[in-house]
Design a binder for this molecule. Sequence first.
Ligand SMILES: [Fe+2]
Ligand SMILES: [Fe+2]
Length: 254
Amino acid sequence: MNLLTYIMHLAGSGASAYFSALQIRDIKTRPNILAGFQLAESGSVPFLTKLSQRAATEGDTWLAEKLAKHAEDENKHGQIFANALKQLDKKVIDFKNRPSETKEENTTDKKSEQRRNSFFGIYYEGYEAEQLKAECIDWNAFMASTYILELDASKDFARMAKVLPENDSKARNLKLGMLSIARDETTHAAYLYEAMTRRMSAIQVQQLVDEWRSRKVNAITAFIANKLQGKDNQRSLVQDDESSNQETELIVAR
Ligand SMILES: [Fe+2]
Ligand SMILES: [Fe+2]
């Protein structure tokens, strides 16, 4: 990694952590960010499960087992966020039962433009959606890109946990849950790094990691620029939970 990328990385992580910390500390914006995390964590489970099956088919038992455990952890993380939302009498919007989007929002052009300009669109620039599917994604690209995301997520979750207030039990439970998630993300980053070292030389690993670090810096810079210009059009991801009167228990992992 060159010095400029490194400085941009530190600045970018600091800025994105600042926005996330603001959102999670404020009880008004907390449900939406929790819903975003729930969708992201749970959403990765089918992908990781398929990758685990693919690794097994290709004869890499070590990787298949690591990926299966990874999928299990992400499922647990999704539940931690779902339970934290339930404690706030909220749940993720059931998008399937929502009326379809307006014609203008739904045009293919607009969607592909949004995808191109999104964090993931920039991070995976040069890859078609088809190439990013579990069935065919290049293993090196998967390992390095996910390594960077997991490594940063472990730090981001730990930082966010720290800004949660200590004086109410719901926030305290969420804090413990997020700290346990942060620990899991560290183990995910570690096995992905090890997976790369099993496939290539230390120099090649370094080059690959550097490439994906640069991609992340570019993606986060665009994300922050959109935020500052108010262009990110954040939509609501939560709705009230009608079953909220029932007793709920927050899962605090390990
Ligand atoms: Fe996770
Ligand atoms: Fe993870």
